[in-house]
Design a protein around this ligand. Structure first.
Ligand code: 2BA
Length: 109
């Protein structure tokens, strides 16, 4: 058994939930925040059999888009903030950041 942890953008979350459910994959969603952008994203926990992992990864890949986002940089430390004009920079986010973990045991009481 494996635990797939997938961090996706909120905009893809509902579509991905439906696609996983349509393929008999059980999910738990957590509301999370990215450490860099400090914006909300969604983390999926998907417990599945080893032979379902490839299908799950395929579904995640197909349902999560790459998007560009503008980020305003933080003003420099110790500098004169009055003369500092922050120039937004483009950051590419997603499709999904995925971890696949082995599971020792699984219980439902
Ligand atoms: P954030 O940490 O908010 O990062 C959003 C996007 O900003 C990242 O997209 C990446 O393109 C960019 N980014 C992150 N750190 C950066 C840095 N130091 N300098 C320049 N650009 C940077 P993704 O790579 O697609 O990541 C999307 C979200 O997935 C992340 O949101 C974070 O919540 C999660 N994530 C990514 N890698 C992770 C990791 N190794 N461990 C845990 N969570 C991770």
């Amino acid at each position: 058994m494996k635990m797939i942890i997938a961090i996706v953008q909120d905009k893809d979350s509902n579509r991905l939930t439906d696609a996983l459910a349509d393929n008999d994959l059980q999910t738990t969603k957590l509301s999370t925040t990215g450490g860099f952008l400090r914006e909300g994203n969604t983390t999926f926990m998907i417990g599945c059999d080893d032979n379902q992992v490839d299908d799950a990864l395929d579904i995640i890949r197909k349902n999560c888009s790459h998007r560009e986002q503008m980020v305003a940089p933080i003003s420099p430390m110790g500098g004169n903030a009055d003369s500092y004009i922050p120039k937004p920079v483009k950051v590419e986010v997603g499709g999904a950041t995925v971890f696949v973990l082995p599971i020792d045991s699984f219980f439902q009481f």
